[in-house]
Design a protein around this ligand. Structure first.
Ligand code: ADP
Ligand code: MG
Length: 349
């Protein structure tokens, strides 16, 4: 069975989507088969894979590819149609063998309300009992169809019922952050919300209505992988003083608030596993500096910064020399991130 990893932070703009795409690509480069899931109605991840530059591009994609997105694939469950869910016909990321995408849908949030009601575990559950287990079932059959090792789930910001479902039923989650005051505040709310979601899932799995459903709610077993801090500026190879201050605050919040809360909620792997993966008490999976001008090439060519070539960026001589060194540094950073993820999730063991 594929390992499901959710990228979650209720704060937006912290590189959840960028990390999902880059990490997915790197894991595929390392020989893993990876299905990425765009569970954000903003569809940014879908836009990193498909060319959505033309007006109505997304609508056109939906029209010519019926059923080929997360919302449509779940429709039999959400519309109570008497047909079983079917594995999604994923989009191949054309230049990266082994990497696939379940595209997102701009109207996915329409399903939020019914899922929310179903997840309140009230008497009304009977009619909606197939919803809470439907996401996990769809991801499982799709992963099976693609013989995937890993399913990477990109979530929207916020604390809605879809995020609750996908985080609580994942095997692992990681938390992208940026070194600013809002991320420090978000750590505080994550330390309350994720334990609440897992205790909900632990209750949900015991309900007969959900275990007897067509798509039974899966046994929860969520574990925390760590934090990815992204998008800070460097001076002489080090984060600038202003960023370092927020790094320190983030580290403190992780160590003093997040980890105690996650330990209490049984969301942690054993200490030795993190140490073996090369992590200290700040649970940092990766520290990724600002891509600067490389981000424009990466977005235009729909490939990660660490795969850009000289002809992609069109630079010569010493200018290319500096750029190449930067690209190689980003490659090393993402290789190390992917290695830590593989090591922690025991995919190879
Ligand atoms: N390391 C980075 N350097 C420069 N820009 C980045 C970096 N990571 C992300 N971005 C940019 O920041 C913005 C927000 O990132 P995104 O991945 O969409 O965040 P989220 O999914 O958390 O909302 C995007 O425009 C993205 O291109
Ligand atoms: Mg996003």
């Amino acid at each position: 069975m594929a390992t499901k990893i959710a990228l979650f932070n209720n704060k937006g703009g912290v590189s959840k989507t960028t990390t999902c795409f880059n990490l997915g690509w790197m894991l595929a480069e390392k020989g893993k088969r990876v299905v990425m899931v765009d569970a954000d109605p903003q569809c940014n991840l879908t836009g990193m894979v498909l060319d959505l530059s033309g007006e109505d591009a997304l609508e056109n994609f939906y029209r010519s590819n019926p059923g080929r997105n997360l919302k449509d694939a779940l429709e039999p469950a959400f519309k109570s149609r008497p047909v079983p869910l079917q594995a999604v016909d994923c989009v191949d990321v054309s230049t990266r063998p082994g990497l696939f995408l379940i595209p997102g849908h701009v109207s996915l949030s329409e399903d939020e309300t019914s899922l929310g009601i179903a997840q309140q575990l009230s008497e009304s559950l009977q009619g909606l009992r197939n919803l809470p287990g439907s996401f996990a079932h769809l991801l499982e059959i799709t992963a099976k169809r693609y013989d995937a090792d890993i399913v990477l789930i990109d979530l929207s910001p916020g604390l809605g019922s879809i995020n609750q479902n996908l985080v609580a039923t994942a095997d692992y989650f990681l938390v992208p952050c940026s070194p600013d005051v809002f991320s420090v505040m978000a750590i505080d709310s994550l330390s309350r919300v994720v334990p609440r979601w897992t205790s909900w899932a632990n209750r949900a799995v015991k309900l007969e209505a959900l275990s007897d459903a067509d798509y039974p709610f899966p046994e929860p077993n969520l574990k925390f992988l760590g934090v990815v801090v992204q998008r800070f500026r460097l001076k002489s190879g080090q984060p600038t003083r202003a960023f370092q201050r927020y790094f320190d605050k983030l580290n403190d919040a992780v160590e003093q608030t997040l980890i105690p809360a996650f330990s209490k909620a049984d969301l942690m792997l054993s200490r030795e596993q993190y140490v073996e993966a090369g992590m200290d008490s700040h649970y940092l999976l990766a520290q990724i500096s600002d891509f600067n001008t490389l981000i424009a090439h990466s977005q235009q060519l729909r490939k990660p910064v660490f795969t850009l070539t000289q002809s992609d960026v069109g630079r010569q001589g010493r200018l290319w020399g500096n750029t190449e060194a930067n690209i190689n540094n980003f490659r090393k950073t993402f290789e190390e991130l992917a290695d830590k993820v593989i090591n922690l999730t025991l995919i190879d063991k």
